[in-house]
Design a binder for this molecule. Structure first.
Ligand SMILES: *[C@@H]1O[C@H](CO)[C@@H](O)[C@H](O)[C@H]1NC(C)=O
Ligand SMILES: *[C@@H]1O[C@H](CO)[C@@H](O)[C@H](O)[C@H]1NC(C)=O
Ligand SMILES: *[C@@H]1O[C@H](CO)[C@@H](O)[C@H](O)[C@H]1NC(C)=O
Ligand SMILES: *[C@@H]1O[C@H](CO)[C@@H](O)[C@H](O)[C@H]1NC(C)=O
Length: 489
């Protein structure tokens, strides 16, 4: 009887569980933290509007137009001739909070600037087609996106109050590439740019990403923390070898069904469940974040009891897996995430056609080396499956080569660009983080800082070095503006 009841309860709980599919890490461009009161109070300062733009800037005979969404805030605007600050949107939906707090907001305040936040074509509400077939996505590329910004500036400057205004652009992550490359391509339209965490080298095979994740955990959490993670991942790989181990693995990671151990791509999705979670922690880290994660790895209750349970528990807590949910780690389910016309699908398309950026397993002694299913074959198979059979590795490599040919890779040759990186940001491995770009384009790489830290508003946990670099960027922008003013008067 007891056995029967136990069976019944096990059966009914597993039956009731809701499957959640595994997703890749995505850019978190939620507005600066800790300003909720400010947002509530000042939200009415931000206006949302649209500008009509050519679909194809490079075919003058194509008359098709689309509407680009943008937001603006003129609370600090000093009037005729005062500067315009443009925050360039990247692969996300724009949000008003970015015009109410953060470092560009401070720049606008200090220089009586007019603030704008532009949305990238194919993202958020800036849509052109009802679906994202490869055919419809062919107007999604860096050349069109930069031309959108050029068209935008030219149009907005038709307003007499902006006729004499200088333009400053700020961008983070992929949008940092955009602003830096915009300054190269359209130097007559922009005085200077701030590029936060720009991975300006297009690189298909990107094992350096997980190497920096490993380094970040080592630097912030110490050898003990890395040791716990290593044991958990070693045990996971060992568990895959036996039937009883497999059942233990599935329970520790809260998988809905047994993994398909014969399917390389299913194992890649499972590996991604692990690596993309560690990536999220590092990419969004502020000082103290990784220490708290590590504290949970070193005690015996927070994440789990055994090393493998700790990894599973860490993933569930970090990704907010509800008590009644489980991970569905099949490859088909993973591919399903990309079927609809979403920001994720648009960005995956850009990786297949322009950047790669595939976070493959390293082979340099990191804790992630064993996740060898995170391969180029896996990432490019996704390109083929969700877009077009033609999008194979050679195609993806060609796309990345084209971007580096046009923009110069790690030698961008550009003036008036402040190039900022965080040392524990995995993306800095594809940026210029050791040297200045030129005499007028300084590089600041800040210890303990992660992705796009400088765009944020001030947080109590910030280090003095972080705050100092934010201030230096503001002072540099102000000096560009006053030099420009002196030059024209
Ligand atoms: C996608 O949209 C195009 C029009 O842009 C339409 O012709 C086509 O049938 C749509 N395809 C699918 C699969 O919905
Ligand atoms: C640490 O573990 C506790 C208890 O499980 C959890 O509530 C908390 O969110 C964890 N913190 C981090 C940073 O993972
Ligand atoms: C895709 O769209 C359909 C219809 O709107 C919806 O039912 C489904 O949940 C969506 N899938 C994903 C992965 O968002
Ligand atoms: C950058 O500025 C320097 C000094 O004014 C100038 O010599 C150089 O041509 C500029 N380079 C570019 C790419 O504009």
């Amino acid at each position: 009887m007891i056995v029967f009841l136990l069976f019944l309860s096990l059966f009914s709980t597993s039956w009731a569980k809701e499957p959640r599919s595994v997703t890749m890490i995505e850019e978190d461009m939620s507005p600066p933290e800790g300003y909720d009161d400010v947002y509530a109070k000042n939200a009415r300062n931000v206006f949302v509007t649209w500008m009509s733009m050519p679909l194809d800037h490079f075919d003058h005979q194509n008359p098709t137009m689309f509407s680009m969404r943008y937001m603006f805030n003129e609370e600090f605007f000093g009037g005729d001739g005062y500067p315009i600050f443009i925050l360039a949107g990247g692969e996300w939906s724009i949000q008003a909070g970015w015009l109410l707090a953060g470092n560009m907001y401070e720049m606008a305040r200090e220089n009586k600037g007019f603030q704008v936040y532009t949305e990238h074509r194919y993202y958020g509400a800036t849509q052109i087609f009802s679906n994202f077939t490869a055919e419809n996505l062919r107007f999604l590329n860096i050349d069109q996106a930069l031309a959108d910004l050029a068209y935008f500036i030219t149009e907005i400057k038709k307003q007499p109050r902006f006729a004499e205004s200088e333009v400053i652009m700020y961008g983070g992550s992929y949008a940092a590439n955009m602003v830096m490359w915009f300054k190269k391509r359209y130097p007559h339209l922009v005085l200077g740019t701030v590029a936060s965490s720009g991975p300006i080298l297009a690189k298909v095979d990107f094992p350096e990403y997980l190497e920096v994740v490993h380094e970040a955990f080592t630097l912030e959490g110490g050898e003990e923390c890395i040791g716990h993670i290593r044991r958990g991942l070693d045990d996971t790989l060992a568990a895959m070898q036996t039937e009883s181990g497999r059942r233990l693995l599935e329970r520790s990671y809260r998988l809905c069904q047994p993994l398909d151990y014969d399917n390389e791509y299913a194992l890649a999705v499972f590996s991604g469940l692990i690596s993309w979670t560690f990536s999220t922690s590092v990419q969004q880290a502020r000082p103290g974040t990784l220490q708290s994660v590590c504290k949970n790895f070193t005690d015996h209750t927070s994440f789990g009891a055994t090393p493998m349970e700790k990894i599973g528990g860490y993933i569930a807590i970090t990704r907010g897996l509800g008590a009644n949910s489980c991970w569905s780690s099949s490859y088909d389910n993973f591919l399903n995430n990309y079927q609809n016309a979403t920001n994720s699908r648009a960005w995956y398309y850009q990786t297949c056609t322009e950047y790669g950026y595939y976070q493959t397993a390293p082979s340099s002694g990191t804790v992630f080396d064993g996740l060898k299913w995170l391969s180029l074959d896996f990432y490019t198979d996704v390109c083929k499956k969700i877009f077009d059979e033609r999008f194979d590795l050679a195609f993806v490599e060609d796309g990345a080569r084209r971007v580096n040919l046009i923009f110069g890779g790690l030698e961008p040759v550009v003036n008036n660009t402040i190039n900022i990186h965080g040392y524990i940001d995995p993306w800095r491995a594809l940026g210029v983080y050791k040297d200045d770009i030129s005499e007028t384009s300084p590089t600041y790489t800040v210890n303990r800082a992660s992705h796009c830290f400088d765009m944020q508003g001030w947080l109590r946990t910030d280090t003095i070095e972080m705050t100092a670099v934010q201030q230096r960027a503001r002072r540099t922008v102000t000096s560009w503006l006053s030099k420009a003013k002196a030059g024209t008067s």
